[in-house]
Design a protein around this ligand. Structure first.
Ligand code: ARG
Length: 459
């Protein structure tokens, strides 16, 4: 008979058992479920709701069950529905009537809310750790090539020269926000819901605060109906993970572009590339592509949980069981991608010469020619027009602006003097952009140092 079978005249249909059951995917929360139950039963004993002896026996047996699961000695049952009732059933099999006292003052509704918070709290911590490794590797890459000049793009058209270090540090900023978002999300996750019961609270004199302390929560929830029906923290976590994956995907997209023959700015390591079964010359950036592709899975999970929660009346509804596969898959995907991504960028070869050559084409110093004229007193709009004409002339002659003779320059503006050549060199273009946040190597070095410092003090 089911643990809840008292009022039923018939067994559930086998199809329904199968349909209703979540053990296939919630079994992974067994540790959290058992630790929660150990804390709950100890508290029941302390508060005199059950006897101290019963509490001790329950606690001791739960620890043995945990050990047995860890050792692979236990097989869960589909007809015991979910991880909560599987564990409780095993407990009762082992210690009979005493085991039946565990669920006093508790419902699976607050129990599952507890388990998933504990589970995701741990996963959030391990993702944060992995992300810090990634950030450190991005810093190393920026550090190794801080002053290397490359073309910066807007609309994927060459725009102005930037440094590779600067480009890398843009990703560092993104990942730093991702990390802070995870920390922030964890705070709202780390609130203890037990004591909410099915939805209305409980009549037993439970000590919620002590359970919270024991299980490492910062505080207890303050509305029992919200406690059992809130899945905001799951939506928040998958949102954080979606944004993180979006950043990895953008980075991957650039690596894919840059490793193409047309760019040749980087070369992926052989150990992070794959070949073609037909074209012998091929070296494909599969790893970067797969990370880009897997971003879609995480976005999909975000849509799943948002849609599941939309329009659900208070309080618990079974629909909410659908939260787990979505969030577990997101967590698994991110944990799969982060270390691969980190090693992929750790082993990439950067072709500084090709990047510099790329920066020299495409008139990336046109803005600097215009700025040169502004410094000579020409209003910016006017100098913009003058340089526009110079660019048209250069295109016609298949030249760069640096190739103009002094006569060419003078024909465009009599204010231009020989110091123009130095003023519009690639180096001057990047060196000049030295306000906070600019691409000048000196600024980038400062940001890299600050980045290393940040990682040292962050938890
Ligand atoms: N397996 C359920 C879930 O994942 C646990 C809570 C079920 N509660 C209930 N009254 N059916 O949400």
């Amino acid at each position: 008979m089911k643990l809840w079978g008292g009022r039923f005249g018939k067994d559930t249909d086998a199809l329904v058992d199968d349909f209703n059951s979540s053990i296939r995917f919630d079994a992974r929360m067994y540790r959290q479920d058992i630790l929660g139950s150990i804390a709950h039963s100890a508290m029941l004993g302390r508060c005199g709701v059950i006897s101290q002896a019963d509490a001790n026996l329950i606690g001791k047996t739960l620890k043995q069950i945990l050990q047995d699961i860890d050792d692979g000695k236990i097989e869960f049952k589909v007809d015991a529905e979910d991880i909560h009732m599987n564990i409780e059933t095993i407990l009762i099999e082992r210690i009979g009537d005493v085991g039946k006292r565990l669920h006093t003052g508790r419902s699976r509704n607050d129990q599952v809310a507890l388990d998933i918070r504990m589970y995701l709290r741990d996963e959030t911590d391990s993702i944060s750790d992995m992300l810090q490794d990634t950030m450190r590797t991005v810093l190393d890459l920026a550090d190794q090539h801080s002053g290397a000049i490359m073309p910066g793009y807007t609309h994927l058209q060459k725009a102005q020269p930037v440094t590779f270090g600067h480009h890398m540090m843009a990703y560092f900023e993104m990942l730093k926000r991702d990390l802070e978002r995870l920390f922030d999300c964890r705070k709202r996750m780390n609130v203890m819901p037990l004591g909410a019961g099915a939805l209305a609270g409980t009549t037993y004199p439970l000590d919620r605060e002590s359970v919270a302390r024991e299980l490492g929560f910062d505080s207890v929830t303050h509305n029992s109906m919200d406690s059992v029906s809130d899945r905001d923290f799951i939506i928040e976590l998958i949102s954080c993970l979606s944004i993180l994956m979006m950043h990895l995907s953008r980075f991957c997209e650039e690596l894919i572009l840059w490793s193409s023959n047309e760019f040749s700015f980087v070369e992926m390591d052989d150990s992070y590339s794959t070949g073609s079964s037909i074209m012998p010359q091929k070296k494909n950036p599969d790893v970067a592509e797969l990370i880009r592709g897997k971003t879609g899975r995480v976005y999909g999970s975000l849509m799943t949980i948002l849609t599941v929660m939309k329009s659900l009346p208070l309080a618990y509804n079974k629909d909410m069981q659908e939260d787990k596969e979505a969030v577990f898959d997101s967590v698994d995907t991110v944990k799969l991608c982060l270390p691969v991504f980190t090693n992929m960028i750790r082993t990439v070869t950067v072709r500084e010469d090709n990047m510099l050559a790329g920066a020299k084409g495409g008139f990336t110093n046109a803005t600097d020619v215009a700025d040169y004229l502004v410094k000579k007193g020409v209003p910016f709009r006017e100098s913009h027009a003058i340089v526009g004409k110079m660019v048209a002339m250069a295109i016609e002659r298949n030249q760069a602006l640096d190739d103009f003779t002094m006569e060419d320059f003078h024909a465009c503006s009599p204010l231009i003097e020989p110091d123009i050549y130095e003023a519009i060199s690639m180096q001057a273009c990047v060196d000049g952009r030295k306000l906070t946040g600019g691409t000048a190597p000196a600024c980038v070095r400062r940001e890299i140092e600050a980045g290393y410092k940040y990682l040292k003090q962050v938890k």
